[in-house]
Design a protein around this ligand. Structure first.
Ligand SMILES: *Cc1c(COP(=O)(O)O)cnc(C)c1O
Length: 362
């Protein structure tokens, strides 16, 4: 038995020489940051690759969410999902807004649009849904509710690089869509993020917000922050971008293989995904938490470290939010496990993981 550790994910990385070539240029020019040439190139190449008009890069996905809230001047309640990473919620709170939870659909694991309207109050200003594991939300239904109640929509699309919805990039939906280029995400700049909007003025405003609120390096016209991506991060992103197609194809193949093999085990279920998903994670939903813990323990004995994700449901973080019961999210969170899935994961290891799970359950 091999003794190397297998984690839930590993970054997709270009060969180091390709990053170094770009680094040489940075060292030669002395331009490290401040919307430098590589940042501009990264934004342009990403926009072309992803099929969006523009991208506003920034330091990470969390700041990108905060910049989006600020650009839309939201003050009040923002409806969101409890089945997400904590950053969705903390960005709302850091912008002085109040997160209001709406439970998820048990199959898609995204916010249940049928439950949104009952949570809308006089104080509601926006909706921040999450495309969970790259599976797009019911964008039509959410858009219709937002329109009817005059609410802004910011999509937390941190899992969604490479995702299409109705034939175009999912980043083209909502007032602003936000993604993450964190090391664990589909495309990475080590740390990084981006905002996408169809609205030219909003795009310019986001650029000012990420640069202290400056306009043309002169006058301060916004209440801004320092959200700038550096040239070094953009270089990593540019190098990695060349491997995005390969990474997407590899994820899909491995995802479908896992699913085919694990579908025969009674009691396991899987997220219902729609077309255009990027297959970035492989979550398995167990019949109960005890089974999950048993499988997790068996995998760990074999130096395999899947991750309970998202766990726990964020509405239970009572130091941050008052507890409101979200029965579906809490239930799913207690019995969902993401299995290892990444570019350099060997097929033999997937086979081994599947065998361990089969043996643990059957
Ligand atoms: C990763 C992630 C974030 C935060 O992105 P960072 O780049 O790590 O700040 C926010 N929301 C979701 C759903 C995420 O998975």
């Amino acid at each position: 038995m091999e003794n190397k550790n297998i984690y839930v994910t590993m970054p997709t990385l270009a060969p180091l020489e390709e990053v170094n070539e770009l680094m040489k240029g940075i060292w030669a020019s002395g331009i490290m940051t401040h919307n430098g040439p590589l940042v501009q190139r990264f934004e342009k190449e990403c926009a072309a690759k992803l099929g969006v008009p523009n991208m506003v890069s920034c330091v990470n996905g969390t700041i990108a969410l905060q910049m989006a809230i600020r650009a839309l001047k939201l003050k009040g309640e923002i409806i969101t999902t409890p089945f997400t990473f904590i950053a969705t919620i903390s960005s709302i709170i850091w912008e002085g807004c109040t997160p209001v939870f709406v439970d998820i659909d048990p199959e898609t694991l995204c916010i249940d649009p049928k439950k949104i309207e009952e949570k809308i109050t006089y104080h509601t200003v926006g909706i921040m849904p999450v495309h969970v594991f790259g599976n797009s939300c019911d964008i039509e239904a959410i858009g219709a509710i937002a329109k009817k109640h005059n609410l802004k929509v910011i999509y937390d699309a941190c899992h969604s690089v490479g995702v299409d919805y109705k034939g175009q990039s999912v980043f083209n939906y909502g007032d602003i869509s936000v993604t993450s280029f964190h090391a664990t995400k589909m495309l990475n700049t080590t740390e990084g993020g981006g905002c996408f909007t169809q609205d030219k003025e909003l795009d310019e405003k986001l650029r000012r917000i990420r640069f202290f609120g400056f306009e043309n390096h002169a006058d301060i016209v916004e209440d801004g922050t320092n959200g700038k991506m550096t040239e070094v991060h953009a270089a990593v992103g540019l190098a990695n971008l060349k491997y995005l197609d390969a990474a997407l194809a590899d994820r899909k193949r491995k995802y479908l293989y896992y699913k085919e093999k694990l579908s025969v085990i009674p009691g396991l279920s899987f997220q219902k995904i729609n077309e255009g998903c990027n297959y970035s994670y492989f979550p398995v939903i167990f019949p109960d938490e005890a089974t999950l813990l048993k499988v997790q323990a068996k995998l760990q004995e074999n130096s395999i470290f899947p991750r309970r994700y998202f766990y726990p449901s964020v509405n239970t973080f009572t130091r941050l939010v008052p507890y409101t019961p979200m029965p579906i999210s809490e239930d799913i969170a207690s019995r969902i496990l993401c299995l290892p899935l990444y570019f350099t994961l060997a097929d033999d290891d997937i086979e081994r993981i599947i065998q361990i799970i089969v043996n643990a359950i059957l």
